[in-house]
Design a protein around this ligand. Structure first.
Ligand code: SF4
Length: 194
């Protein structure tokens, strides 16, 4: 077994104490959400963008570090009033989702009888969705219902369910609700509710 001289022992102890102090400091910065101070080498040369986690309705603020056109870190935004720098594991793993090679970035269609998904353009996808909504609405539209022998106007479609998103903001949520009401969709909710 190699012998440790007194000098080497002192050096080793000092290095360990310095490393522990650095790790402590790093932990404090990381807990405060200051990713630049916690991981200066990782974030050197990276740009910063801010956004919201879309996984649930809490709406935590994100600080996103981007380098070479790739997201290299997603941390809680330290100044965001909701999460104050913290994130749950779902928000924390956003980086993996953004960079995943399995991420779907364009509409896909599985044609009748086919066993595979094929990419289509956004225009084609919007066109198909619009005509399907029209078709189902016309098939399932109810103008009036009978309540206690009285005809009551409802103007609704029972054949469509519409789902909101935790990523949309107030104005988008307003438009989403307006759209549903205009079409006559009364079965709608928010993704965070289910
Ligand atoms: S980080 Fe977690 S709690 Fe915050 S919005 Fe995302 S999923 Fe919800």
């Amino acid at each position: 077994m190699a012998k440790l001289s007194r000098r080497s022992f002192m050096k080793f102890t000092a290095a360990s104490i310095a490393a522990a102090a650095l790790a402590d400091k790093q932990k404090v910065h990381a807990e405060k959400g200051d990713v630049d101070k916690a991981f200066p080498m990782m974030t050197a040369g990276a740009s910063t963008a801010y956004g919201l986690c879309h996984f649930c309705s809490v709406g935590c603020g994100l600080e996103v570090k981007i380098k070479d056109n790739k997201v290299i870190s997603t941390e809680g935004h330290p100044d965001h009033p909701i999460n104050e720098g913290s994130l749950c594991p779902k928000g924390r793993s956003m980086k993996e989702m953004v960079n995943s090679d399995q991420r779907v970035t364009h509409p896909l269609i599985r044609k009748p009888g086919s066993d595979k998904w094929e990419p289509i353009s956004w225009d084609e996808a919007f066109g198909k969705i619009a005509s399907k909504i029209k078709e189902v609405r016309e098939e399932t539209f109810t103008k009036t219902v009978d309540i206690d022998g009285e005809k009551v106007t409802v103007n609704r479609t029972d054949g469509i369910f519409s789902m909101g998103s935790a990523e949309i903001d107030n104005e988008e949520a307003y438009l989403f609700t307006k759209f549903n009401r205009a079409v006559g969709i009364h079965n709608f909710t928010h993704q965070a509710e289910i």
